[in-house]
Design a protein around this ligand. Structure first.
Ligand SMILES: C[S@@+](CC[C@H](N)C(=O)[O-])C[C@H]1O[C@@H](n2cnc3c(N)ncnc32)[C@H](O)[C@@H]1O
Length: 331
């Protein structure tokens, strides 16, 4: 199956009488979802969610348990998408050093450390939410990827960057720093998604609250100076930085288990599971603190979006962009 093809709809699922996702009696009931300093541990609590206080609380997603669970679900979705591969970059089978920027819960770094025991794996993040019991070749560092990286030039076989749109202001600089630390012949592997929901069969009119949700998130993120528009634009950035053999592909991932294809159906079900807390994670702080919306209005948009995402007659999907590129051997 090609990642970017139109996704055929499962007519059984679509024909169900219930449209609000609360389909306990349907055959798809299982798809209805229910070097550290102390300041790094300073958290901010707001509207029932916990945020990193570092960088003046600039990063707008929470870092609490619900968010960590959401990140781990998305990791699982990517494993399904990539058929258990952790990256698309065709790296050597015996890598020595791997870097994961914005590692989140560290789930990718831990998996990659287990897959390549030869490699020393470093995961960096501004939040100390990674586990302490990890494979001996995996370590985590608290580091702001927007500051100058202290890693040695030409030292990593693979630099992995996943889902950092909305967190990074200067992507040219981020990719330049990744290029500097890549070994000649080493690889960068990136995955980003567009902050929008798409549809190929007109079941998702622009008038829906869920469309408004994405418009509002983009507007708010733009105000913060972070960039959520880079997901489909990284190929020229990688190329102008010097990476060669640059590869880009688009993967459509359904929101909800509406696809006829079994694997896409399962992936869509996991997306719905992540959406249970995802709409709130993305929306609540941006809508109230950045856009100045009333909490009640913000909650209304979030709740309506979740309800519409669960609507089995709406066939929405996300666009995920997968990239890799190689630093030339003669560099
Ligand atoms: C959406 S999560 C993705 C996590 C992980 N890459 C994954 O795919 O599971 C983004 C992560 O980037 C981290 N982050 C945000 N801004 C950062 C920065 N300037 N430097 C390092 N990490 C950052 C956040 O704390 C969060 O853990």
């Amino acid at each position: 199956m090609e990642f970017h093809q139109a996704i055929p709809v499962d007519s059984d699922y679509d024909d169900s009488s219930s449209s609000d996702g609360d389909a306990a009696s349907s055959k798809y009931s299982k798809y209805s979802t229910q070097s550290l300093t102390s300041s790094i541990y300073e958290y901010r609590y707001e509207n029932g969610r916990r945020y990193a206080a570092i960088k003046g609380g600039e990063y707008t997603l929470p870092n609490d348990e619900a968010e960590q669970e959401r990140l781990d679900i998305i990791h699982h979705i990517y494993l399904m998408l990539l058929e258990d591969k952790l990256h698309l970059a065709p790296i050597d089978s015996n890598p020595q050093k791997i870097l994961d920027i914005g590692t989140g819960t560290g789930i990718w770094a831990i998996d990659v450390g287990e897959r390549y025991p030869s490699a020393q794996v470093i995961g960096t993040d501004i939040s100390p939410i990674q586990p302490s019991w990890v494979p001996p070749n995996v370590e985590f560092q608290i580091d702001d990827a927007e500051l100058a990286w202290t890693f040695k030039k030409d030292s990593f076989d693979l630099v992995h960057i996943r889902h950092m749109c909305g967190a990074i202001k200067d992507w040219d600089e981020l990719i330049k720093q990744a290029y500097r630390v890549c070994k000649p012949g080493g690889w960068i592997d990136c995955a980003e998604y567009e902050m929008d929901i798409f549809c190929d069969d007109h079941t998702l009119p622009d008038s829906l609250e869920i469309k408004k949700f994405y418009v509002l998130v983009n507007k708010a993120v733009e105000t913060t100076g972070a960039d959520f528009t880079m997901a489909d634009k990284l190929k020229p950035v990688l190329e102008k930085t010097g990476f060669t053999n640059v590869h880009h592909e688009l993967a459509k991932i359904p929101v909800g288990p509406w696809a006829a294809n079994r694997k896409l159906k399962d992936m869509g079900a996991y997306v719905m599971m992540s959406a249970d807390t995802g709409f709130e994670a993305f929306g609540i702080q941006l809508f109230t603190n950045v856009l100045g919306m009333d909490l009640e209005d913000a909650r209304h948009v979030i709740q309506m979006s979740l309800k519409q995402a669960r609507n089995r007659h709406i066939h929405g999907y996300g666009k995920h962009h997968l990239y890799y590129g190689q630093k030339p051997l003669d560099e």
